[in-house]
Design a protein around this ligand. Sequence first.
Ligand code: C2O
Ligand code: CU
Length: 440
Amino acid sequence: NMMQGVTEFGGGSTFPQTHEGGISVETLTGPRDRQPDRSFTLTAQAAKVPLTSGATVEAWTFNGQVPGPELRVREGELVEIKLVNNIPSVPVTIHWHGVDVPNAEDGVPGMTQNAVRTGQTHTYRFVADEVGTRWYHSHQLASEQVGRGLFGALVIEPRTVQRPVDEDIAVPFHIWDASSGARRAFGAADALERRQMEAGRRVRLRLINTSNKPATFTLTGTPYRVTALDGTDVNGPTEVNGYQLPLSAAGRYDLEFVMPSRPVRLAELGDVSHGLLLQPDGAGDVAPDTEGPVFDPTAYGSASDTPFNASSSFDRTFNLVLDDWLGFYNGKFALRQTVNGRVFPNAPVHMVREGDLVKMRFVNRGTENHPMHLHGHHMLVLSRNGQPVTGSPMVMDTLNVAPGEAWEVGFRADNPGLWMDHCHDFVHTQLGMVLHLAYE
Ligand code: C2O
Ligand code: CU
């Protein structure tokens, strides 16, 4: 098996090893035979939450806060999370986005569990194997529930720290539907948030796009490195400066730099009304915004060996055409987002056998961005529009397929179960853009 022996990507995440001995209840659930190393309780509850501008959100929260508590665990730890649902008449679940958990821990209602009703609890268990910036969110009616606040950052720290930093800050970008209209924010900060940051500090920002649409960010005032994509380390990240950083819905960038003696600002391109301003002495000026080159992850960093690549022989190839569809559906004129002309629940089901090397080709013939998210597996990007990746290997859990684009990805079928693969624009999820991956 080509996977064995070569499991590390740049010292970051690992591909899980293939199971031997077939599918059993034990392979579908997290370990239940020992005490967890870390335990958390996340209580879903309604709350009126003020954003930093003073606007308030009628939020659905975990533990009364938005975003939910930042969970930090160490690689290899057995993590247990007890979900308690106290939101009246609203069932919820939690999905661990970017963690290849056993199938029954994946948090997909109607598929891997029943949604957790008001007053009920559900306990998730998994071993934290995927080092890096991950996140969690409800998977029940996600366009409403994630929009209203049922999400948070999940950071899996490596067992051995390779690049220590002094400040490690998770920054979940979100669009709040505040009483005063949609508010774009970093966490609950929908206004510019100033933070004291001494010059010389090594800083890592973990940027997470929890919104439904791609967004473009700038980090102004310092050269920096993009050290991880979707939580997986980039091989040989070079220093960039003044770049535009487009980030897929559900995607993540880790950005690292040494704090200069001038201020540094993380913001959305062209909009400094909200963002994070790091100031060495509390008084610095905001650096001017830039419109530099557009960051291209397919050509960033340096190439390195991967367990398989575009010239490997694949056991299965699936072609997936993404498109808008406008017409009569169940007797009503409706817009749908389709995969191969179909919508959930008639979504395509692709069968794999454990151990298969699988290729997927996504082509977007429609007019909207489709951030395609595969549950339970990580995708190695093979090509974009026929061009191979020339930089660091890209190991993604979510891939934005823009209108007119074609992407090829490969993955090893090494996590048995029934998995969702869907557009992470949750409005499109509800409009049907879902497919399934099923193990024979
Ligand atoms: Cu982050 Cu199926 O979702
Ligand atoms: Cu979509």
